[in-house]
Design a protein around this ligand. Structure first.
Ligand code: KG4
Ligand code: ZN
Length: 352
């Protein structure tokens, strides 16, 4: 039963987990509150906070699993995409442990972690599955055929769904991260503003959310006074618009590809309105909607450890002993192959 220590530090969560045989033994996440006062993530503060926390977080993951590093079979870490300084902290720490304990170290793509996080909720996830990965930086729709075969069928042309929540939260005077704040404010509001639903009726699986932010800016500017109820009504209308587009495209993809399940992953999957509408619409298709636990939809190391397990099963540990990989902070670019009507990309979308 291979035991993997996984480390995730791509953004503002310092996270470590122990995964044994695809089961989560421990999952520690330390969120950085230092960014709240700045209204967004400050990269330099993020890497410093990772340095301060990483050893404590890893020690806590081992302690909770009642495990000594000598009992590990491998280490894994996120190497892309993300903030350069933050990725360096986690990957250097992982390599250090690998050297000290003579372990292989598996470099992992953060988005592959989100994509496969459905297996943490249901190890027997019915396949093929349509997976919506909606995070702060990406909105991606995948067709998952097996743990090692997937196709990207759609993505956003501009802002990601989480980014739209975050930017609109700022316009509404809410803090960072914006998604949970908008959701909370929306609970007291009514959906009464007609906001754009970009590409809703477009036959592709592409998304576009930047127009929504502009529409909210105009709406706010056109109001004589902006009181608490108006802000709540705007929050509710924004949430409805984003959720409706995400749900419509995911459901359409599930029907088109005859999926046996759907997964919603990434930070935005924590949104209850999204979960609720997806489940409601999925009933007509008669297939389950799998939503990983909150601790596995927001950034976490358990999903990184899960992908490491899958890679180790596929390729064996020997190729991961060299430790010569590097981090890559550049935004993720899609390897496009034969884009057709539905922009289907190849299975090697996460080649590192
Ligand atoms: O996956 P994640 O934790 O980090 C990235 O890889 O980006 O996603 C963070 C994003 C942020 O944009 C945040 O506002 C959004 O997920 N988010 C939410 C909710 N919780 C987090 N969006 C809508 N509703 C929520 N409850
Ligand atoms: Zn993420």
């Amino acid at each position: 039963m291979p035991r993997v220590l996984a480390i995730e530090t791509s953004c503002d969560e310092t996270a470590a987990a122990i995964i044994a045989d695809r089961h989560v033994i421990s999952n520690i996440i330390a969120s950085q509150h230092v960014h709240h006062t700045w209204g967004g993530i400050v990269p330099e503060l993020a890497s410093r906070a990772h340095v301060e926390r990483i050893s404590g977080v890893v020690a806590a993951a081992l302690a909770e699993a009642q495990m000594h590093p000598s009992a590990l079979d491998a280490v894994a870490c996120t190497v892309r995409p993300g903030l350069a300084g933050s990725l360096v902290v986690g990957s250097s720490f992982a390599k250090g442990i690998a050297v000290r304990w003579h372990l292989p170290c598996v470099p992992i793509h953060h988005l592959e972690g989100h994509l496969l996080s459905g297996f943490l909720a249901d190890p027997k996830l019915p396949l093929p599955s349509v997976v919506l990965v909606a995070s702060g930086g990406h909105t991606l729709l995948f067709l998952l055929e097996s743990t090692s075969q997937y196709r990207l069928i759609g993505s956003t042309r501009d802002d990601a769904a989480g980014e739209a929540f975050d930017k609109i939260a700022t316009l509404l005077g809410l803090g960072y991260p914006g998604g949970p704040a908008v959701e909370q404010l929306a609970a007291a509001g009514n959906v009464r503003f007609e906001l754009p639903r970009p590409l809703l009726h477009d036959p592709s699986y592409e998304f576009s959310f930047s127009g929504l932010k502009t529409a909210v800016r105009r709406l706010l500017a056109s109001q004589p006074t902006v009181d608490e109820q108006l802000r709540a009504d705007i929050a509710a209308s924004v949430q409805q618009a984003i959720v409706e587009v995400l749900v419509a495209k995911t459901i359409r993809a599930a029907a088109h590809f005859a999926a046996k399940s759907m997964v919603i992953a990434g930070g935005v999957a924590a949104n209850r309105a999204l979960q609720h509408m997806m489940r409601q619409r999925a009933e007509q298709l008669g297939i389950p909607v799998v939503v990983p636990d909150r601790q596995y939809v927001l950034d976490n190391a358990a999903m990184i450890g899960l992908v490491a397990h899958i890679k180790l099963e596929l390729h064996g540990p020997a190729i991961y002993r060299k430790l010569d990989f590097e981090i890559d902070p550049t935004p993720w670019r899609i390897h496009r192959h034969g884009a057709g009507k539905h922009q289907v990309y190849d299975a090697a979308v996460f080649s590192l």
